[in-house]
Write a protein that binds this ligand. Structure first.
Ligand SMILES: [Cu+2]
Length: 248
């Protein structure tokens, strides 16, 4: 178990039920109002809402699933995680290393009513949703799970890969972002029409053209008319957008 997790669990074990109630009031599932604790963990650090360039939506279900079951993030990225509980019972969403989640899950079996609050977890009542902002500044393979006693054991978990910034540079995908305005989005075809500025690393002057997107997920939260910035590569003769986000 990481020293940080151990410390926070220890604090919990010795704090009184009243303190726990006070510490886990409504702000827990309305994250973003109170400032989170900025403490480096092995799986990243709390992020500021203003730094989040994209939103990833996750759904918790009563058949003990978290959808999607796998997330891909770039090292250094701050992500807005919108976690919805589509079920009729309480679920939670906790991010961590597989080991931290395993250890924590065992503890939850031992102390089923243990509640605590960290910026990398959300307790989401039935039908509600919670917002977390997290900066993935450590690369590697991680996990997320609902650690409510029995839920984790029933398979309520998923995996997350944070690809390292250096791996990205090696793949030749590290370029300056190019500014653009979204003219059209065709999600079915995985295509987007952009009126873009000069694409420096390709020597392409400003124009309006259609691009393919590497992954439909990168279009999340992007709408026609948005001012955006994007990165593009040439893949087998096609221009493929690898990243796109709203312009700051
Ligand atoms: Cu659950």
């Amino acid at each position: 178990m990481s020293p940080i997790l151990r410390t926070s669990l220890l604090t919990l074990l010795i704090s009184s039920p009243l303190q726990q109630v006070l510490a886990h009031g409504k702000e827990t599932h309305q994250a973003g109002k109170a400032l989170p604790v900025f403490e480096q963990t092995d799986w990243g650090i709390a992020g500021l809402p203003d730094h989040a360039h994209r939103t990833v939506e996750l759904t918790l279900t009563d058949d003990m699933r978290i959808l999607p079951e796998h997330l891909e993030v770039q090292e250094g990225e701050t992500v807005h995680l919108k976690i919805s509980n589509a079920g009729s019972m309480l679920h939670e969403w906790v991010l961590g290393t597989t080991k931290a989640l395993d250890d924590h899950a065992k503890l939850m079996m031992k102390f089923p009513n243990m509640e605590h609050s960290e910026p990398y977890m959300a307790h989401v009542p039935a039908g509600e949703s919670a917002d977390l902002y997290w900066t993935f500044n450590r690369s590697g393979d991680f996990g997320f799970a609902c650690l409510i006693a029995g839920h984790y054991q029933a398979g309520m978990k998923g995996t997350l890969t944070v690809s390292s910034a250096s791996a990205k540079a090696v793949m030749g995908e590290m370029h300056a972002m190019t500014g653009a305005e979204v003219r059209k989005i065709d999600r079915e075809a995985g295509k987007i029409t952009l009126k873009h500025g000069e694409i420096l690393h390709m020597g392409m002057p400003p124009m309006t053209m259609v691009f393919r997107v590497k992954d439909l997920a990168i279009l999340e939260g992007i709408a026609e008319g948005d001012k955006v910035e994007f990165d593009v590569i040439q893949d087998q003769g096609q221009m493929v957008i690898t990243q796109i986000r709203k312009a700051p």
